[in-house]
Structures are given as C-alpha cells and as structure tokens.
Design a protein. Structure first.
Length: 202
C-alpha cells in the first residue's frame, strides 16, 4: 500500500449477508487472490485474508461476529480492482441477525458504526457504501413499513460524517424467500413483500 491515508475505502453495512456466512471450502481458485484489498482492523488497514472475519476486533462491538464467513465484500472489492486497478479498503460494520430498526438513532449499533467510520476516515478516503439489510425486519409490519425512512436516516448520518452529501450508496434488494425457509421461521417472513416494496421506492 502506497499511502494508507489516501486509500479509497467502502463501508459495508448490514446483517449476516454482509458479515458473510459462506464456507471457505466452497470458494473456487479464481477467487483466491486478494492482492490490493485491505480490511480495517484495530485502527489500521491490514492486507485482506479469507479468514479475516474470524479475527476479533475488541474496539468495536458492531464488528463482533463469531459465525463470520465468506461474504460479498471481497468479490465486490475484486470487481472494483479489475475495473480501476486501484487498491481498495473495506470497512465492515455489520451484525448478523439484526434488523434495520436496531440501527436507530442513539442505538449501540448506530453509535459504533459512526465511531468506526470516523476512525477509518483518518486512515483513508471514504468513497462509498454497500448495504444489505432487511430480512430480519420482515417479521414485523411496523419494521417493514418504516424500513425506508430508517435507512435514509442512517445514510444521512453517514453522509454527514463523510462531509459528502452525494456519497454513493449501493443497496441490495432482497429477492425471494423459499418455502423451506418460511417453514423454518415461526413468523414465516410474512411482511417480505411489503419490505421489498419499501426498497423499490428508495
């Protein structure tokens, strides 16, 4: 890395999909090279490794996740690298099993997200945000229907911290839930379609 203070980085914000639940054994050889990709850990950028998510980071509660595995972050970063040829940092701020309502103003997760982002900005250049969250909000109508306004509130906070009102934010639409998953969940994701409609409005 040439200059860590100039390293462009993305914030990865969300739930288990961002933390990662995939197995290392499922990776093909095409996705092993992580050259030029860095993670923010204990106040500094470190070279990415596939077992990174299993390392503890006691500075930030929002990153703690003992079940962390392979997620979308490295594939996103690899695509970024292939198009720009630039090095890239990833700032993981995710919590498995959480809903967006748990990131409300003054919540522990929101405070830790902002603290972690503020810390990373001293070590790099914040250029965008990748978001995947929503599945856990489909169990409650109020959470599903307020998903959009809560996300906008979080994004506004993130943009305030970045001092960039036009900071790019990419968020993933939840697709569909299988009948098998519905049967395994007591609430059956019953407000899934209502939350998808909220996402389409944003």
């Amino acid at each position: 890395m040439n200059n860590s203070n100039e390293l462009p980085f993305f914030l990865l914000f969300g739930q288990s999909n961002i933390v990662g639940r995939g197995s290392l054994s499922e990776l093909g050889s095409d996705h092993q090279d992580l050259t030029g990709i860095y993670n923010y850990h204990l106040g500094e950028w470190i070279s990415a490794s596939w077992d990174y998510r299993h390392k503890s980071d006691d500075l930030f509660y929002v990153k703690a996740d003992s079940r962390g595995g392979v997620g979308p972050g490295y594939f996103f970063a690899s695509s970024f690298r292939s198009h720009t040829r630039n090095e890239i940092g990833l700032l993981h701020c995710a919590k498995g099993g959480c809903g967006i309502h748990e990131w409300a103003q003054s919540s522990k997760l929101r405070i830790e997200l902002m603290n972690r982002l503020s810390s990373a900005q001293k070590q790099g250049k914040f250029i965008g945000c990748l978001v995947y969250i929503g599945e856990s909000d489909t169990s409650c109508e109020d959470h599903a229907m307020s998903w959009g306004s809560t996300l906008l509130d979080i994004i506004n906070d993130i943009r305030d911290v970045s001092s960039d009102p036009r900071l790019p934010v990419i968020y993933a639409q939840i697709s569909r839930v299988s009948l098998d998953r519905q049967r395994r969940k007591a609430h059956g994701f019953k407000y899934w379609e209502e939350l998808k409609a909220q996402k389409k409005k944003k």
